[in-house]
Design a protein around this ligand. Structure first.
Ligand code: ACO
Length: 323
């Protein structure tokens, strides 16, 4: 059977970095509060005029270089983002043009912070169906453009960035020993719309709007739902908790990550952490973390990775893959 194997990873972070102290100038907050409650120390912000596709193009080029491939080798691009350059066309087609890819197809998916898990799931289905042999899957965001800089409960949490993974169809035996994506678990529940949303849009205000969040309620759902979705995906892969070598979580908050790892019975040295340096980059956080850890040579062939995320919708999910 066809399996979707990770062939390469790449990422890009904008040059501008702001430490937590940046927010002390205009808000009633402190570096200590932000560190203690979130684990975030600094985050990158896109420069004026720098867009989601700009970030995604750099991440895509880095992933192609890491895989030893060129744009001609890619059949499709799927971008997970909630902060597109324009209402349309998709960021994916802009990245397609940006890397000089003149065939194949490209489109965006939107599931906020869970977007990269949804994009991986879509790519895996297309690869297994034989619609493509190599797909560039990208998470790219500029959440700085939808933050309310007067709301200390949200603006300190987010950063900008992009991560990219190249998935390649390879033949497997159909067993849990195969390399590649072994199982997925996707969920959403639209009744929780008001917990995390943007208060603007094309069909309502005609503006981009600002992010609104009931942080403590999102936190509670995250702790309860993330370990459960990871557990379902692990079980569906025919594996057990003890088989997991790495957790690559959505990087929203160190306390959510620690609670999830604890429920999964995983020690923290098996968890990839970038939240301190990146903040929450929404759909970009998992591919960013995966690319940073891969660049450090932390993953070995055969390792079992579990990635999980939850965000606006609510939408959440997990993927299990063998490196
Ligand atoms: N500095 C100082 N005080 C603050 C700050 C701040 N930056 N932000 C909030 N507070 C205050 C609140 O106003 C509140 O004060 P009050 O008691 O006087 O009203 C107090 O801190 C406690 O507020 P809580 O919201 O209960 O604090 P909590 O411990 O829950 O931490 C946080 C807030 C960090 C936002 C947490 O709820 C959280 O991380 N939630 C999850 C967010 C998340 O991960 N979202 C992921 C999805 S994002 C996406 O999909 C786009």
């Amino acid at each position: 059977i066809r399996r979707s194997v990770v062939r390469g990873t790449g990422h890009y972070l904008p040059e501008r970095v702001e430490e937590n102290a940046f927010f002390e100038q205009n808000l009633d907050t402190t570096d200590e509060w932000i560190r203690a409650r979130t684990g975030i120390e600094r985050r990158h912000f896109a420069a004026e005029g720098q867009t989601t596709s700009d970030l995604g193009i750099e991440a895509a080029k880095a992933a192609l270089a890491n895989a030893g491939l060129t744009a001609d080798d890619i059949d499709a691009i799927i971008v997970a983002t909630s902060t597109p350059d324009l209402t349309f066309p998709s960021v994916a087609t802009m990245i397609q043009a940006g890397i000089g890819m003149k065939r194949g197809f490209a489109f965006d998916v939107q599931a906020v912070c869970a977007g990269f898990v949804y994009a991986l799931s879509t790519a895996d289905a297309l690869l297994r169906a034989g619609q493509a042999d190599r797909i560039l899957v990208i998470g790219a965001e500029v959440f700085s453009r939808i933050l309310d800089w007067s709301d200390r409960g949200t603006c300190v949490l987010f950063g900008d960035g992009a991560g990219a993974v190249i998935l390649e169809a390879q033949d497997g035996q159909g067993t849990k020993e195969d390399r590649g994506i072994l199982a997925l678990d996707l969920n959403s529940d639209g009744q929780y719309r008001d917990l995390l949303y943007v208060d603007g849009g094309v069909a309502t205000t005609g503006t981009a709007g600002h992010l609104r969040m009931q942080g403590n309620l999102v936190f509670r759902h995250a702790v309860e739902k993330l370990a459960a979705t990871a557990h379902r995906a692990i079980e569906r892969a025919g594996l057990a908790q003890d088989d997991v070598d790495w957790l690559v979580p959505h990087q929203a908050n160190i306390r959510i990550i620690e609670a999830t790892a604890k429920r999964m019975g995983l020690p923290m040295d098996k968890v990839v952490l970038t939240v301190a340096d990146h903040g929450n980059t929404s759909a970009a956080s998992i591919p960013l973390a995966m690319s940073v850890a891969n660049a450090e040579g932390r993953f070995n062939p055969g390792d079992i990775l579990v990635a999980e995320a939850i965000g606006g919708g609510l939408a959440w999910g997990a993927v299990v893959l063998r490196w």
